[in-house]
Ligand binder design. Sequence first.
Ligand code: SF4
Length: 214
Amino acid sequence: MTGENATSWSNRISDERGRRVIFLAHCLLNENTRYLGGARRAGAVPELVRPLLDQGIGIVQLPCPEQHAWGGVLKRRLLLFYGSEGKLRYRLRGTLLPIMLWYTRRIYRKLARQTAKQIGDYQRSGVEVVGIFGVDASPSCGVFKSLDMRDALERTARLDQGTATAEEANRIVLETVVPGRGLFTELLEEELEKRGLRIPWKAHDLIAELQSGG
Ligand code: SF4
């Protein structure tokens, strides 16, 4: 069906749709994909989601890039580094980390392309994309703040599997935050730019959420 034809049908058969959507980082609607220790809410972040519902803005959930690249909901490939100090995989990290980064970039690029296409489709369909919400202090979805991943991994290697706590895991995040974009954000920006799409970025502050205590 041509674009013109679809627009004509869409104008003809009108309904209650608000023609405004916002894209939210996956974990803002589902904290079950956060790194272990990082979930401060049982499911969605209500203080962020409720006002959007009240304003009649449609919510589109972005993929969780770490879930896709790092081994599912529990990010099992990342967990291999936890408590690894002194083990063979720790000694091989100089080889393993660049491979992991290459693979991560490849998967993130694919997800960023799919997301940019989806955003373009909304715009062409007469639906305004009012923003994209990332998560500051995430090495993947950070907008203004990311993580020094090398430093964070060195610290996770020192965690003790017998005694590690959520507080310890979160201290690693608090102490390794750096300014800048997360990798998925960076690649999504590039893909949007290639398609001439300019969408305002917003950030949920993970650090503030962690410090809010629940
Ligand atoms: S910040 Fe991004 S990568 Fe991290 S859990 Fe949320 S959606 Fe996944």
